[in-house]
Write a protein of this length. Structure first.
Length: 460
């Protein structure tokens, strides 16, 4: 008798049911995965926006914290030296010469905003020395992130204590959106913001320590439009010293507007500054060390940028704490200038008196004249040495060549003595040496390319 085998399998209905269940499970799993990716993307975007807005608020605070005067108004206040902050097309703009709107520039690049539009609202003008700033990032008319800061202005506090009639925010009794159609923040910078005035220099382990590089070989004083600067030169601009990191820099763009050409000598990270490998900066209350040279790159990401490998976060380890790392950090001036100019005649000279009008000066007397707005700052003063028997002439105004201007670059109104060396730029950059005593106006380029009667090219 044949044995009957059981070959019963799945019915068509059962297979359809199983496939349906599997499809539902897969759809749910896919939805969960996609939602996770969306959530991660939203979280990353929010984090990037938060960091960018925090950086904007920090920048505004640094600009205004040491201001000697601030006005919230639509039009420029009377007087000189006014700057302003404004918002144009959803971006923060700045102007260091409020009288000329053509000098307006964006503080951060368009990419910095990650598609957001910036809004700032000023309010709560209770006192003469503080007000609130509400920062908001908007996208598609929706607020992505916001932060509220109270700006406490120490210099305005001192001024209002001395002068009860000083009321910079008088009449401001509501909230004002920052824009040229409404109001701007007009302010005058305080010269003592520079860390050069802090004596002795406090070692921090950060880029701020590199102020020690400043000397009579490289102090080119306040930045000048279209002047040629050498690698290693240091200039003062907008309350900070800047260090030139390219062979030659000559442009009408200030150091804070060039692509990582200059390094800002400050402890805090600045997107407009270049950096060198080993530089340490502070960003969002943490210390970061630069891993690559950021020089003329056109790209300087914030240290926390997840797409960048430019910075490393300093952390305490079993071997060494962050504080110990900072204490051990010593910076070397890799672009040290070694050619002496007439500026080096100040080396070792102390207790130089300030120039006094109508006072008689004798040969070899040295005087200083402070730069306008920077009274008391010796590093920015102009120094002159008398090269005649006796004079009462003002060194800055005289055309009698009785004073030698002790600055690195050539001055066509300065007297010079034989063998004096200065830096000269005219179609090329040269160190030039006086071939005789200079008692009249000379044009060095005529000598450089021709007879060498007054000046000779001694290198570049």
């Amino acid at each position: 008798m044949k044995r009957k085998l059981d070959h019963k399998g799945f019915t068509l209905v059962e297979i359809v049911v199983v496939l349906l269940i599997v499809s539902i499970v897969m759809a749910l799993a896919g939805s969960i995965i996609l939602s996770s990716f969306d959530l991660f993307g939203d979280s990353t975007q929010e984090d990037v926006s938060k960091r960018a807005l925090d950086e904007i608020s920090r920048y505004v605070k640094e600009e205004l914290e040491y201001a000697s005067d601030i006005r919230i108004t639509q039009t420029k206040p009377e007087g000189d030296n006014w700057c302003y902050l404004d918002i144009v097309d959803g971006a923060l703009v700045q102007n260091d010469d409020a009288g000329n709107v053509m000098n307006e520039y964006k503080v951060f690049s368009s990419a910095f905003y990650y598609g957001n539009r910036l809004e700032m609202t000023l309010s709560d003008f209770v006192n003469s020395d503080q007000f609130d700033v509400q920062y908001s990032f908007m996208k598609n008319e929706k607020e992505e992130y916001d932060v509220l800061n109270t700006l406490k202005l120490s210099n305005l506090t001192l001024r209002s204590e001395k002068d009860s009639s000083y009321l910079p925010f008088d009449g401001l009794n509501e909230a004002y959106a920052l824009s040229s159609k409404n109001v701007r923040i007009y302010y005058i910078r305080k010269a003592t913001q520079t860390i050069v005035d802090e004596k002795p220099i406090k070692v921090t382990g950060t880029v701020a320590d590199q102020i020690a590089f400043l000397n009579n070989y490289n102090n080119t004083q306040i930045w000048i439009d279209n002047h040629l600067y050498r690698r290693g030169d240091m200039v003062f601009h907008n309350g900070y010293w800047w260090y030139c990191m390219v062979e030659y820099s000559s442009t009408n763009q200030s150091p804070d507007q060039q692509s990582s050409t200059w390094k800002k000598i400050d402890a805090y990270f600045d997107t407009k500054s270049g950096y060198q490998r080993g530089d340490i900066v502070i960003f969002e209350e943490n210390y970061y060390r630069c891993k690559v040279d950021i020089i003329q790159t056109g790209y300087n990401p914030v240290p926390t940028d997840p797409n960048s490998n430019h910075w490393e976060l300093l952390k305490d380890t079993a071997d060494k704490t962050v504080e110990e790392i900072l204490k051990e950090t010593v910076y070397t001036n890799s672009y040290q200038i070694k050619i002496k100019t007439v500026r080096n005649q100040l080396d070792g000279v102390v207790d130089i008196k300030e120039y006094k009008k109508e006072q008689s000066y004798q040969k070899d007397d040295i005087v200083k004249i402070y730069a306008n707005g920077y009274e008391g700052n010796d590093d920015l003063a102009d120094y002159y040495i008398c090269v005649t028997g006796s004079t009462k002439e003002n060194p800055k105004d005289s055309d009698k060549y009785e004073w030698k201007h002790l600055q690195i670059r050539f001055d066509d109104l300065s007297g010079y003595e034989k063998e004096d060396v200065v830096y000269y730029y005219s179609g090329g950059a040269f160190y030039i040496k006086a071939q005789q005593k200079i008692k009249d106006k000379t044009i060095p380029k005529d000598d450089i390319y021709n007879e060498k009667k007054y000046w000779a090219n001694v290198g570049n």
